[in-house]
Design a protein around this ligand. Structure first.
Ligand code: IPM
Ligand code: MG
Length: 398
């Protein structure tokens, strides 16, 4: 073993631990969630991202602006277009989020973000994913991902921890030598408690009254063990909310089990398991192209599709067939988050009609499906239809 490397490693760990304690301090100071009803003008940032991102984000922005036209006119909401969140700029600045872009993001209350391309290990530029960086910089600790398949009685909502776990130091692992590499996983009391509480609060508020806590605490004993231990503590504050715990491997299996899967309601899980399981879950609903995602913190919130920037679609000239539904579902979550529940429900029902029930136009991502333009027109016509609500109810009651 190289003793100089070992010394370097010790220093590296010391730095990481100091940074984590600084983060814990910050978490402790930030107690209350922002109250949007007290804000005169809500600033909505729009960042298109890479690949199919700018195109699908433009569609979502169009729908959002139509739904909030009155509020925009009355000056209750305004938009900030943020163009610089591109892979090109990130490589140029050699930063996951260039400073000027981060400053712009911080001027917003909420952000609608298109997918951004994530450099892979071994790519020439070794920068962190813009997603992961944004979640950390804006402390967006709750990644909320609903998945619904009404015909199958599936109604899940995932509360994925978003700033810790394997992601906290995902770009700060240590490459000792050709024989040994080490990565780190982080769980803090503060960080675990706030996500678990968010899940229990949601279960209580919505009357779902059931939380499943997911770990692999039989193997990852320290950090997952902590997560589970904190869940036990937190659950005591919610006597009316039933809860259980599952290991992530068997959860992955049970989501496929038709008899068992409907018992899951609110599911809270550490970062990496949340990443994997929510892609699996979205598949039941029609794929990652159909699922929206909210990244919520106490001060900021960011809403996005759960999928990536699909560079292959760009290479193959298929951008105009890209599915905007995932980011439109994110718009539903944004509207709900900033206090426009009625408009959120309106858009949700229109999307349900167009994506699940009526399906007059189908997006396939290819020529055999409709274009995103055609789909958005169908959606807007559905929204405008005075009988939409009746139509929706008749579908649901069937
Ligand atoms: C997601 C994505 C991201 C993640 C990637 C793009 C870094 O897969 O939002 O689920 O792993 O969190
Ligand atoms: Mg993912």
């Amino acid at each position: 073993m190289d003793s100089q490397k070992l010394e370097e490693f010790k220093l590296h760990i010391e730095n990481l631990i100091c940074q984590q304690y600084q983060r814990i301090e910050k978490m402790k100071q930030e107690k209350d969630f922002i109250d949007y009803s007290k804000i005169d003008k809500i600033v909505i940032g729009i960042a298109g991202g890479d690949g199919i991102g700018p195109a699908i984000t433009a569609h979502a922005e169009k729908v959002l602006r139509i739904l909030l036209a009155e509020e925009e006119q009355e000056g209750r909401v305004c938009y900030k277009i943020i163009n610089g969140l591109t892979l090109e700029n990130r490589i140029k600045a050699n930063k996951a989020i260039p400073d000027d872009v981060l400053a712009e993001l911080k001027k917003c209350h909420v952000i609608l973000k298109g997918p951004t391309t994530t450099p892979r290990a071994g790519d020439k530029c070794n920068i962190e994913s813009a997603n992961v960086a944004m979640r950390k910089e804006l402390d967006l600790f709750a990644n909320v991902r609903p998945v619904k398949v009404p015909q199958e009685d599936i109604d899940w909502i995932f509360y994925r921890e978003n700033t810790e776990g394997a992601y906290a130091l995902g770009s700060k692992g240590y490459h000792f030598d050709d024989d040994l590499c080490i990565d780190f996983t982080v769980a803090t009391k503060e960080g675990s408690e706030r996500i678990i509480r968010a899940a229990f609060d949601y279960a209580k508020k919505t009357g779902k009254n059931k939380v499943s806590v997911i770990t692999k605490a039989n193997v990852i004993k320290t950090t997952d063990g902590k997560f589970l231990e904190i869940a036990k503590q937190v659950s005591k504050d919610y006597p009316d909310v039933e809860w259980d715990d599952w290991y992530v491997d068997i959860l992955a299996a049970k989501l496929i089990d038709k008899k068992r899967r409907t018992q899951f309601k609110v599911i809270v899980l550490p970062n990496l398991y949340g990443d994997i399981i929510t892609d699996e879950a979205a598949e039941f609903q029609g794929g990652v192209g159909t699922a929206g995602s909210a990244n919520i913190g106490k001060r900021y919130a960011m809403f996005e599709a759960i999928h990536g920037s699909a560079p292959r679609m760009v290479e193959e000239g298929r951008v105009k067939y890209a599915d905007p539904c995932s980011i439109l579902r994110a718009v539903v979550m944004m509207l709900e988050h900033i206090g426009y529940q009625d408009k959120a429900l309106l858009l949700q029902h229109a999307l349900d009609i167009c994506m699940i029930y009526e399906k007059k136009e189908a997006i396939t991502g290819r020529e055999d499906g409709c274009t995103s333009d055609e789909f958005v027109e169908y959606l807007l016509n559905t929204l405008k239809d005075n009988n939409m609500q009746k139509k929706y109810e008749s579908f649901v009651s069937k």
